[in-house]
Design a protein around this ligand. Sequence first.
Ligand code: ADP
Length: 281
Amino acid sequence: MSNSECSHNCSSCSSSANCKSKNEPQKPDNSKFLKHTLVVMSGKGGVGKSTISVNLAVSLALKGKRVGLLDVDIHGPSIPTMLHLQNERLMSNGEKLFPVEKAGIKVVSVGLLLENPDDAIVWRGPLKIGAINQFINDVDWGELDYLVVDAPPGTGDEPLSVFQTITGKSSAVIVTTPQEVSAADVRKSLNFCKLLNVKVEGIIENMSGFVCPCCKTITPIFNTGGGEKMAKEFNVQFLGKIPIEPAIGQSCDKGEVFAFTNCESETGKIFSSIADKILES
Ligand code: ADP
């Protein structure tokens, strides 16, 4: 291939004004402060992706890791509500934005920039991509071992922008529920990762059975095993099953993080074992 056709950043290519890689603006290198980015994805909404993002981030922090949580659900940020941070706002020194801290993690969400939490954001793709870029590169994250990203459901601009902006290690965690219809949506997320050549850390099956608040027995109210089946089919790790746990909703209502206040419960231990599997991989 001649230099005029070359679009790769190859060391063998001598200087040429036509070499695209030399003319493209350099991406800011965030690998220096973000060691590993975990993007939590799902095929559809309501499967507990934000719940898992928050609890996974806190479980990693409980293991001594420096963790940030970035909510890139631009149109429906739920992390501020889930963490009772509705009255907090991101501060800025004119150059950098400073995350809000809660339960040992650093949190950034577009919801923490809105004047009124009920304001609707009407942004097209390029604006969203610009905002995500700023949330990654222009936030004073300090040095993080893990940045957990709560992406909106589906395979749109948001997860794509995150993967394209991160220059260090990144991988995906996929959340599903046991029902077949949800598992079918997960295939899209898995295929999206395959197309982008993104490593899938594993699949989590949420709402897998119901924990009785009295006797703590887990009753399978839907078929279970959809997530495990999908993991086998795509040859990715199955990270674990989280049951429907009334205490998760109650923690949320109190502005607490379940994995932080209930780390000794059976479900708390499942979150902890999922964090271990991610650390090991
Ligand atoms: P998503 O981000 O996929 O839209 P959320 O995390 O917002 O879903 O969860 C939707 C609702 O389900 C929330 O009210 C949350 O508290 C609840 N929820 C999620 N997972 C569980 C669970 N394992 N047990 C009990 N409630 C849960």
